[in-house]
Design a binder for this molecule. Structure first.
Ligand code: NAD
Length: 455
C-alpha cells in the first residue's frame, strides 16, 4: 500500500459519504483524482515540458514534487548560484538535465511549455513578464509581487499574452482547504464576521537564519544579476541567502507567511478582492541580526463583510491556525486538522436580565416561554454530535496537488483558482500590512489609483 493509500476503514467512512461526526478521530479526506496519490493516466502526447528558474530551497522542493505529478518533464533548470544546478539535477533525479545561469536562454527554447519561477521575490516580476512575452505558461512562487505596481504589470502581461498562470500558495489546492470551503459555502457557519489566523515559529531556521554554504563566492554566484533592479552594493552572502530579512528583496513575514494565510482565507471564503484597509503592530524583539523586518507582526484587515486578524511571531512555536467565526458555527484549521464546531443557537429562555425582575414576573415569563417552546435534546450531546473533524491522509502533499492543478490547466487551458488576479490580491494584502507597519499609520487601498495611501 502506498503511503497515501487509504485504509479500508477510512475508505468506508469516505466512500459511503458517511462522514460521521466524531470527536475521537478526524475523518481522513480522499485525495483529488488529479493528485499523485490517485493519478489519472496522461497520454505521452500530453506531456508538459517545463523548466525551473530559481532552484534554491523552494525550487528544489517543487522539482522533487514534480516527480510525483503524472505527465510532466523537467527539461532545463536555471539558477544564479552554480551549486544549485547540481541540487536541482539531484532533486529532479536527472544529472543530465541542462543547467544555466541565464533564464533568457530557457525562455528562447521552443521545447519549454511552462516555467516555474522560484527566485527571490524581487526577481519575480521581470522573469514573469519575460516568460509571458515568450509564450510560456507560468507557475510563480508567492508572494506574486514585490511591489503593488509590479503586481498589476504582471497581471497585464499575463492577460496580453493569454497565459495560464498559477501563484504558489499551495494550500489553495489542498484537499483540507477544499473541505473547509465546502463547509463555508454550505452556510453552516451562518454569518461570518470575524476571521483570525496565525503562523508562529520559534527557531533560527523559522526566522530565515540559514547557513551560508562554504563554496559561496562572487565566482559561484552571479551577484549583479541577483541585485537586479535593487540598489547596487558589494557582494554580501548574508543578503543572498537570507534575503527575506531585507526590504530590497523580500517582504518579511508579510510576504513569507501572511500571503499563505490570506490566500487560504480568500479561497475558503470566496473573497477575490483586496482588503479595504489594514492596521499593523509588531516589532523586532529577538532576531536583532541586522534584519530590516520585525520578528512579530499583527495586522487587522477590513473587508466589506468581515474583519481579518493575522499574526506571525518568530518567538514562539504556535504553529499554523485559521479560524472562521460565524453566528451558527466555527471552522478551525489547526496545522493539518479541520474542525467544524456548531454554535448552540437553540432557543432558550432569557436568564440574565430577568434576574432583575421580581420572582412572580420571572416565573410568569418562564412558564409562558416553556409553553411556546417544545423541549430540545440535551445541550452537550447536541453540539458534540454535530461537530465534524477532518484531516489528510499520511504523506499527503498539497504541493503535488498544486503542481498537478497547474500542469493540468496548461493542458486544458482552463484557468486555475489561484491565477494572476487572485495572486495579486493576496500579495497586496502583505504590502498593506508592511505599509501600515513601517509608516505607523492605517494603510488604505485606493482602488481608483491602484495605490496604498495613508489613512
Ligand atoms: N509556497 C511556499 O510554501 C514557499 C516556500 C518557500 C519559498 N517560497 C517562495 O519561493 C521563492 C524562492 O524562495 P527560496 O526559499 O527557494 O529562496 P532561495 O534563496 O533558497 O532560492 C532562490 C534562488 O533563486 C535564484 N535566482 C534569483 N534570481 C534569479 C534569476 N534572475 N535567474 C535565475 N535564478 C535566480 C537564486 O540564485 C536562488 O538560488 C520565494 O518567492 C519564496 O517566497 C514559497
Amino acid at each position: 500500500m502506498s503511503k497515501n493509500s487509504l485504509t479500508r476503514r477510512q475508505f468506508i467512512h469516505i466512500g459511503t459519504g458517511a462522514l460521521a461526526a466524531t470527536t475521537v478521530g478526524a475523518n481522513v479526506l480522499q485525495p483529488h483524482l488529479l493528485s499523485a496519490a490517485a493519478p489519472r493516466p496522461v497520454a505521452p502526447s500530453d506531456t508538459v515540458r517545463f523548466a525551473s528558474i530559481g532552484t534554491g530551497i523552494r525550487g528544489c522542493e517543487l522539482l522533487k514534487a514534480s516527480t510525483q505529478v503524472p505527465g510532466v518533464e523537467c527539461v532545463a533548470v536555471c539558477d544564479l548560484y552554480d551549486s544549485r544546478h547540481m541540487a536541482a539535477q539531484e532533486a529532479v533525479g536527472n544529472p543530465n538535465v541542462p543547467a544555466t545561469r541565464d533564464y533568457r536562454s530557457i525562455l528562447d527554447r521552443k521545447d519549454v511549455d511552462a516555467v516555474i519561477i522560484a527566485a527571490m521575490d524581487h526577481q519575480h516580476s521581470h522573469i514573469f513578464q519575460d516568460a509571458c512575452a515568450a509564450g510560456k505558461d507560468v507557475y510563480c512562487e508567492k508572494p506574486m509581487s514585490h511591489t503593488v505596481e509590479e503586481g498589476f504589470a504582471m497581471v497585464e502581461a499575463a492577460h496580453k499574452a493569454n497565459r495560464i498562470v498559477q501563484i504558489g500558495s499551495q494550500r489553495v489546492s489542498s484537499i483540507l482547504y477544499a473541505k473547509a470551503k465546502e463547509i463555508y459555502d454550505s452556510g453552516k457557519l451562518g454569518q461570518v464576521t470575524a476571521i483570525q489566523a496565525y503562523w508562529d515559529r520559534n527557531s533560527p531556521s523559522g526566522a530565515w537564519v540559514y547557513p551560508i554554504p562554504p563554496d559561496a563566492s562572487e565566482k559561484t554566484i552571479d551577484w549583479v544579476a541577483f541585485l537586479g533592479s535593487a540598489p547596487k552594493r558589494p557582494y554580501d552572502p548574508v543578503r543572498f541567502f537570507r534575503w527575506r530579512c531585507f526590504t530590497d528583496y523580500g517582504e518579511g513575514l508579510g510576504g513569507d507567511l501572511f500571503v499563505h494565510l490570506i490566500s487560504g482565507i480568500h479561497y475558503i471564503s470566496g473573497t477575490n478582492t483586496i482588503a479595504e484597509r489594514a492596521q499593523s503592530s509588531g516589532g523586532l524583539f529577538h532576531f536583532k541580526d541586522g534584519r530590516e523586518f520585525p520578528d512579530l507582526i499583527e495586522t487587522i484587515y477590513d473587508y466589506p463583510n468581515f474583519r481579518v486578524s493575522l499574526r506571525c511571531n518568530l518567538n514562539n512555536d504556535g504553529g499554523e491556525f485559521i479560524a472562521f467565526y460565524g453566528t451558527q458555527g466555527s471552522l478551525i484549521i489547526k496545522d493539518s486538522t479541520l474542525t467544524f464546531k456548531p454554535e448552540d443557537t437553540r432557543p432558550r429562555p432569557e436568564g440574565y436580565s430577568t434576574g432583575g425582575w421580581p420572582r412572580a414576573l420571572r416565573e410568569q415569563y418562564l412558564k409562558q416561554w416553556h409553553e411556546e417552546h417544545p423541549p430540545t435534546p440535551a445541550l452537550a450531546s447536541h453540539v458534540d454530535e454535530l461537530e465534524e473533524s477532518y484531516t489528510v491522509p499520511a504523506g499527503y502533499s498539497d504541493v503535488v496537488d498544486h503542481e498537478a492543478n497547474f500542469f493540468n490547466a496548461v493542458r486544458t487551458r482552463k484557468p486555475v483558482t489561484e491565477n494572476e488576479m487572485f495572486g495579486n490580491h493576496a500579495a497586496i494584502g502583505c504590502h498593506l500590512a508592511n505599509y501600515a507597519y513601517f509608516n505607523k499609520s492605517i494603510a488604505v487601498w485606493d482602488g481608483t489609483t491602484k495605490k496604498i495611501v495613508k489613512g
